[in-house]
Design a protein around this ligand. Structure first.
Ligand code: ZN
Length: 146
């Protein structure tokens, strides 16, 4: 707060619809502590007050529909997004001509490109006894192997 108390008769910077610029205006009416109507000191036209730099939040809260349409800020990426990005990054370094068709009797090593009948291409990211973890476009899958 600036400490300046606004009231009808006070001067305020407002966007003038006729001058199409921010000019000094005189407040005509206040509603709920906010400047509602102003009169342009330059051209004399009366109009609703438009603050110099309207704040998004304020405008959204004041919509008459009562429904805030502001887009929700994207939250942190979830694990699925990160897996997909990782998959894309890895996939572009691979030669699909060298992809190994997945077979549970097959033998795979970390970093191999696997061609799976259901999940498509995937990159082996870890290997355990009898299992490989493969990163596919759809996420990580544990597959059996030899
Ligand atoms: Zn004006």
């Amino acid at each position: 707060m600036t400490g300046r108390v606004l009231a009808a008769g006070s001067e305020i910077d407002s966007m003038c619809t006729r001058c199409k610029a921010v000019y000094n205006h005189t407040i005509i009416a206040m509603v709920g502590g906010r400047v509602a109507r102003v009169k342009c000191n330059t051209c004399g036209s009366e109009h609703n007050h438009r603050p110099e730099k309207p704040k998004e939040e304020t405008r959204v809260r004041r919509t008459t529909s009562g429904v805030a349409q502001a887009p929700r800020p994207k939250l942190r990426k979830d694990a699925g997004d990160m897996d997909r990005e990782e998959w894309e990054r890895l996939f572009h370094t691979k030669d699909t001509g060298k992809a190994i068709s997945y077979d549970m009797n097959g033998s795979f090593k970390v970093d191999d490109l696997v061609d799976h009948p259901v999940f498509g291409f995937g990159v082996v990211c870890s290997r355990q006894q009898g299992k490989i973890e493969v990163l596919f476009n759809v996420g990580r899958k544990l597959l059996r192997c030899k």
